[in-house]
Write a new protein. Sequence first.
Length: 133
Amino acid sequence: FSSINHQQKFHQVVRIIYALFICVVCFVFARSLMKLFVTDEEVISLGVIYLHAIAAMYFLPAATNGIQGYFRGMGDLKVTLISSFINMGVRVAAAVPLVFSMKLGIVALPVAYLIGWLAMLAAETPLLFRRKE
């Protein structure tokens, strides 16, 4: 089991490094990334706002993907499926008031993603600790 723990730690470090890399790339090169896909300056500006908002949040999917990988590896696909539905449901439910009531515009989507990832993490983490006991 020590080799499995070592692999899990290694993969978590890789996920964190990848998240940090994506965070920096999305933040520093947001305008250039948008220009790869569109030429409309208004769309580019909105895309830059979106990428700046989402960039720092990429650590949460790194964590949730690691936990989901653990459960998939244990053969418990129910947790992965249920937590994915929780993520998507909470994300959509959060986006509606953020867009229409709070008028956050394009920033509403990354905030809704954040709320969904946090809900997913809240659902998975207790199951993870129970499994490891």
